[in-house]
Design a protein around this ligand. Structure first.
Ligand SMILES: Cc1cc2nc3c(=O)[nH]c(=O)nc-3n(C[C@H](O)[C@H](O)[C@H](O)COP(=O)(O)O)c2cc1C
Length: 336
């Protein structure tokens, strides 16, 4: 018997897919989604996801092993498709029999989905358009996350509310679809579940959990911030397409402008190609996020955060955040 019967009923397919009690994923956050937060989320009945980010295969190997030592519950691994060692990282996931691999950051390269499925794991994909979502689900993706531009980190151009209306009526009956971006409370969760989502993914709300290793100053910046402080980065050169990143405004925001100029100049000079240029931009973000989230340099580092940051006002244990989300959702459904 669950304490949240209506919410749990709407989450049933998602929870079965994940092997968790609640179909609430904590989206992978580079540097932050490591053994402590991931195991805390899974132990609290949610689904934690290790952010591989720019880790080497050896580091990922150690991180998965350390997470397994902290939880017997299922958790996933998020791999960035443009990582130069993607296939070795997939092998590491296979070695540990990871049950779910999330492929983020672009269209999965040829053979990657097959390599993951070969060791029995489920593949979770992102898709910015309905056509691409259908294609990825046809070609081996087992579940989809639709993520709106309210989210923290790398974002697309469309709001979660619009993506949900576009994707869910077409896909929800036959596919496992999770909704992410801008979810700060359970009432919003209930709304997406009623529209056909089988679960949700949150990042910003969990970044400041007690179990998160994010630096205390990083967390304080979140507690102080309002929704409007979480702004999308701006592309300054039309020749260098950069994926926008949503983060709290600070000096680091300006450093990104300078970095784009530097990389655009390298492109002009012919000393790098477009692939290398984009990799340099991504390395910049990984370094900037580390500087803020781990070293606590909240002036110059990147404070990646979604618009739901305004609803994050204090440090709370993961169990309390999870219980609040479920209770808010249940109360909303009971009021219907
Ligand atoms: C600090 C931070 C770092 C993130 N890093 C990653 C990442 O490495 N890979 C990824 O797929 N998503 C990343 N995200 C996105 C989250 O996984 C999640 O989808 C997003 O935070 C959900 O939206 P919300 O912030 O509105 O809850 C990051 C988000 C934040 C806030």
């Amino acid at each position: 018997m669950t304490a949240y019967p209506k919410t749990s009923a709407l989450m049933r397919r998602g929870a079965e897919f994940l092997g968790s009690e609640h179909a609430i994923l904590c989206g992978a956050m580079s540097w932050v989604s490591e053994r402590n937060l991931v195991s805390a989320i899974s132990n609290a009945g949610g689904f934690g996801v290790i952010a591989c980010g720019a880790m080497t295969p050896e580091l990922l190997d150690a991180e998965i092993a350390a997470t397994k030592a902290l939880t017997v519950k299922p958790f996933g691994v998020n791999l960035i498709t443009m990582h130069p060692d993607l296939f070795e990282l997939i092998e590491v996931c296979g070695k540990h029999s990871v049950g779910h691999v999330v492929l983020a950051g672009g269209i999965p390269p040829k053979g990657s989905v097959e390599a993951i499925k070969a060791f029995g794991a489920k593949v979770i994909v992102f898709a910015p358009t309905l056509a691409l979502a259908k294609k990825l689900l046809r070609s081996g993706g087992d579940a989809l996350v639709i993520e709106g531009m309210e989210a923290g980190g790398h974002i697309g151009p469309v709001a979660t509310s619009v993506l949900a209306q576009e994707f869910l009526p077409e896909l929800a009956d036959d596919h496992v679809v999770f909704v992410a971006g801008g979810i700060g409370r359970g009432e919003a969760m209930a709304g997406y579940l009623e529209m056909g989502a089988v679960g949700v993914q949150l990042g910003t709300r969990f970044a400041c959990a007690t179990e998160s290793i994010a630096h205390p100053d990083f967390k304080k910046a979140f507690f102080r911030a309002n929704a409007r402080d979480a702004v999308a980065s701006v592309q300054i050169d039309p020749r260098l397409p950069v994926i926008p990143v949503r983060a709290l405004k600070n000096k680091g925001t300006e450093e990104f402008t300078a970095k784009q100029r530097e990389v655009a100049n390298l492109l002009d000079a012919g000393s790098v190609d477009m692939g290398e240029a984009q990799l340099q931009i991504e390395r910049f973000w990984a370094g900037a996020l580390r500087r803020a989230a781990i070293d606590g340099d909240v002036e110059n580092g990147s404070l990646m955060a979604g618009q739901s940051v305004g609803m994050v006002t204090k440090e709370e244990p993961v169990t309390e955040i999870m219980a609040a989300l479920m209770a808010e959702s249940e109360a909303a459904l009971n009021r219907r």
